[in-house]
Write a protein that binds this ligand. Structure first.
Ligand code: ARG
Length: 295
């Protein structure tokens, strides 16, 4: 887990002394959208006949990266590869917990080659424990770490068998959740972790999610585990507002997610809005572009 940032080195937009929310410094891996386009369709957001600007995507991505850096986080980058327009969505290529890396295996042939680029990045950076999955596994697209358990989505991309595999490889308890709405094809389009549980202080995890994206059984599981969750509205979900990135206090969100931002402010968080409209044409938001390196 990331070290708690002490009062002497508060993040620039950090909490006031009285605020119970605490930002912790994160390490992220991102991939510049140099070859970004929408040339195939593997989710309902993608329309290959609609205009897409690589330049606009690049500008928005650099602003997202600069936002993380302004907040005090560390951003690592991987070199993009020509012919892999979705490689910008780094979240789909690895799940890193406690320095262990579980790579990915994509459902769509168009994205298959991304997995090995990321695997090589980890190996070259000296990660010793890198395992490639046997089951279809779209990594943090479908896996969300709460500090205690790994919430794991299935239904559209990641196979349920990948959940058991993740539990074995990463050595953390996994809770399976079923997604039912094709617009919210990855768990990270319907749920985000706002605060990670901290066993040493007894702090509970807090999440935000969009109920209707989940099967009735999974809704019950979420209600049981997270009774004080932030429940997102239709409009929050429809701009991919749940595809945000929280450091425990600052929550980077698509700028259209106003309602969610208001709710988060009321809960003591600091929403930080970014424009990610071009990447949304591929079904992505801030979180999709961001893999967390929990070394
Ligand atoms: N076009 C990409 C796909 O359909 C978008 C992936 C978004 N990533 C995510 N973590 N939700 O696979």
């Amino acid at each position: 887990t990331a070290p708690v940032i002490g009062p002497e080195e508060r993040l620039p937009l950090g909490a006031a002394e009285a605020d119970p929310r605490t930002a912790t410094r994160r390490r992220y891996l991102m991939c510049e959208p140099r070859y970004f386009t929408v040339s195939y369709s593997i989710n309902p957001w993608m329309d290959p006949s609609a205009p897409v600007s690589t330049d606009v995507a690049l500008r928005q991505w650099h602003e997202l990266k600069a936002t993380y850096e302004r907040l005090g986080h560390v951003v690592e980058t991987i070199e993009p590869a020509a012919g892999l327009p979705d490689m910008v969505f780094a979240a789909n290529s690895g799940t890193v917990i406690g320095g262990r890396v579980l790579g990915s295996r994509f459902r769509a042939v168009e994205r298959a080659a991304e997995a090995d680029h990321y695997r090589r990045w980890f190996v070259e950076r000296g990660y010793r424990d890198v395992v490639m999955p046997e089951s279809i596994n779209e990594a943090e697209g479908d896996f969300a770490w709460t500090g205690e358990v790994l919430l794991a989505g299935t239904g559209f991309r990641t196979d349920p068998g990948a959940h058991a595999e993740a539990q074995e490889v990463l050595g953390v308890p996994v809770v399976s959740l079923r997604l039912v709405d094709p617009r919210y094809y990855h768990l990270d389009t319907a749920l985000m972790v706002l605060t990670e549980a901290d066993p040493t202080t007894g702090r509970r995890a807090q999440i935000a999610y969009y109920r209707d994206a989940f099967s009735l059984g999974s809704q019950r599981v979420l209600r049981h585990l997270f009774p004080d969750a932030v429940i997102a509205s239709d409009v929050d979900a429809a701009c991919l507002g749940l595809n945000g990135v929280s450091d425990g206090y600052n929550v980077v969100l698509p700028r259209e997610a106003n309602r969610l931002a208001t709710e988060l402010t009321a809960r003591g968080y600091n929403p930080v809005m970014v424009d990610i409209s071009e990447l949304r044409k591929s079904g992505g938001g801030p979180k999709c572009c961001t893999m967390e390196l929990r070394d």
